[in-house]
Write a protein that binds this ligand. Sequence first.
Ligand code: GLU
Length: 360
Amino acid sequence: MIRLRSSLFALAAIACGFSSLASAAPSSTLRVITKPIEPFAFKADGKDTGFSLELWARVAQEMGVKYEVTWVKTVPELIDALAANKADVAVAAISITSEREKRIDFSQPYYESGLQIMVGPGSGNTSSYPLLTNLMTWDFAKLLGMLALALLVSSHVLWWFEHRNNPESFPSSYRHGVWESLWWTSSVLITGGCENKAPTGVGGRLVAIIWMLTGILLVSYITGSVTSAMTVRSLTTGINGPNDLPGQVVATVAGSTAERYLNDRKLEVRSFPSLDEAANALTAGNAKAVVYDAPVLLYRALKGTSGGAHVVGHVFEKQNYGIALQQDSTYRKQVNEILLRLSEEGVIADLRRKYFGSEE
Ligand code: GLU
């Protein structure tokens, strides 16, 4: 009887030992979950790769843990999996938000991001010299032509009146004289006067008066054209920032922070399962803009896969990416320490260089 009891005790002790071991290290192979978001998490030649997945591989190596990766489609699925204890770690381009923080935990941020806008080919501000493009009109060319002609004619007439009595200011040789006269007419037009020479004869002064009056008119006319070109620019270049979005159909990816941003602002949103599909809607003309994570849009533009679509305006709604963990995860402290160390050692900067070509 005593022997039976003691062997029962021994069995119970072994069982207890196993269960406490299991709770200290929930599984020897970590369950990592991710979703496609190039260049942070994607498959290339059948292999899992990307900025975040490579970073995670380094973290896991430092932690000395094995892991296996499962792919899902959206960020909410990642968060649900963590909350339901179906995964231990989620890595993609997951923005740290207060709402998500309520259900799961995040590591230190490892990438500063935000939202940006992509517009279709032919819209937005495509020219690097927008003012110049607006000014390069036939009318403006005619105006400049008229100005050149008026300068030439008045310089000739002035020289003709002045060259006999006033050769010091307007030399009598044709080429030299007209050149000096042109200097006078241009100076008067642009600066309102010319210091070292002046017409002295009656004819010359009459020409000068007429030229000065014409100059005032011409200068005001040109100023007016430049101003209107600038106004036209601000009226016609379409979407250049988040303030231009109201009234437009905006495409984005379902479950993303971009979708949340657009919905909060009551904008007209079309959500798609992937960025490719959102971008297709843009090219097909079913949406006027795509709002999504800035680095993802820029990477796409850099790779030339955006089919003429381009990124406009500045980054807004700043957000940071972190590694997502279960609420009160025992791995959090270790992951944070390693992330900080990898950042100090320049590993994160190297990844930036690898995927974005710069450390910025
Ligand atoms: N940073 C975005 C988010 O956390 C990514 C969205 C996505 O992966 O589709 O919501």
